[in-house]
Design a binder for this molecule. Sequence first.
Ligand code: TGC
Ligand code: FAD
Length: 393
Amino acid sequence: MPKTDLFESPDYYLMDELLSDEHKLIRQTVRDWVKKEVSPIIEDYAQRAEFPKQLLKGLAEIGAFGPTIPTEYGGAGLDYTAYGIIMQEIERGDSGIRSTASVQGSLVMYPIYAYGSEEQKKKYLPKLASGEMMGCFGLTEPDHGSNPGGMVTNIKDAGDHYVLNGAKMWISNAPFADIAVVWAKDETGKIKGVIVERGMEGFTTPETHNKWSLRASATGELVFDHVKVPKENLLPGASGLKGPLGCLNQARYGIAWGALGAAMDCYDTALRYSKERVQFGKPIGGFQLQQKKLAEMITEITKGQLLVWRLGTLKSENRATAAQISMAKRNSVEIALNIAREARQMLGGMGITGEYPIMRHMANLESVVTYEGTHDIHLLITGHDVTGLDAFK
Ligand code: TGC
Ligand code: FAD
């Protein structure tokens, strides 16, 4: 049942004063689009476990595909704060829709922009920016998730082409993507990136079903059975694990902002509900226990806003470290999950229904806390950064 989306973002520490007029305009544009196009339909699509493909055109129009990619390649040429704001507003609507944008911009366009040849940039980037072409990113394998360096997918030089074999798992956008940026080891064991196109013989993308999380996002496998990949599809500038990990920095940064959007939506919903729902003769928002939940939510959201705003400034100045990005991704997703769980309780029985967005956000965030590096992995990255000691192995 379509309902009016009344969302208002909390701004307890007057963070708006730190944003430019352009940032605020971008936020309003994306928020209006989410209210008009995403909120009325998303619950239905999530219940049906279907990706709303009709949103792709609108996502491209609001600049969600490659916001920081230069305009000469079809991107929006924006700074990282603007990119973060776009992700925040989209994930406020649904993490699955933000996933589609993250993958397209940070994990498909970014590697082509950062590691691709001029021909590859010209061939793919404008079409990816406009949504005419959609992409996916294949790093994770059935036996190599947190440890992508152990991957077994491989390319072998066969003269005028490479032969690609292996399989990737848990790949967002795979079922409908036109191209896949795939990470595979060459004969020397070096990790390389190749662009695989739908239609290449031996390449299939079976869909992953029965997810309780990110139900409005399409997830699948990438299977390569002696796929002939033309030599010109190799990304010349990427060699080693730092190639794919460099892309993850971009996407993790977007998630740090995005998860805060989901948290804000849960807080806003619970706050509104607490003023309207009457029990024992007064609004439940008047009880101390409910106020404790709301006060802690707004405190965590405000701390998170300050963290990502500062990170955005550092990232725009090319000074943000990978470890700083890990800290923000981990923090935002953790507080968003906690806020979603508390907000759900505040709505009582209504909290488990699709009448309100909270349970959907909560279920979505269970994927967000796992993908792009799990909660534990990001903690170990921080631990490594502050001690200099590697606790992964
Ligand atoms: P390690 O030896 O530490 O590093 C290998 C090389 O990579 C460099 N490096 C990085 N470079 C850029 N950015 C980073 N964040 C980097 N982290 C490491 C490093 O300097 C080294 O370079 P070099 O020149 O010495 O070779 O690697 P390790 O094998 O010990 O693994 C480290 C670990 C565990 C941190 C890393 O592998 C990791 O982050 N694991 C988590 C895997 C992950 O996040 N997978 C995400 C898959 S994609 C996804 O989930 C998309 S969801 C999309 C959506 O729907 O939104
Ligand atoms: P594992 O690596 O098996 O981890 C299992 C548990 O062990 C975790 O709790 C982990 O924290 C813990 N653990 C692992 N290593 C250590 C250690 N050294 N120390 C302590 N604890 C450890 N991948 C892509 O490449 N592209 C995508 O588009 C993509 N989209 C995704 C979409 C969804 C909906 C999901 C759920 C995943 C997606 N992924 C994608 C995969 C995602 O990145 C992986 O699931 C994630 O990196 C974790 O890998 P894993 O699932 O194999 O878990």
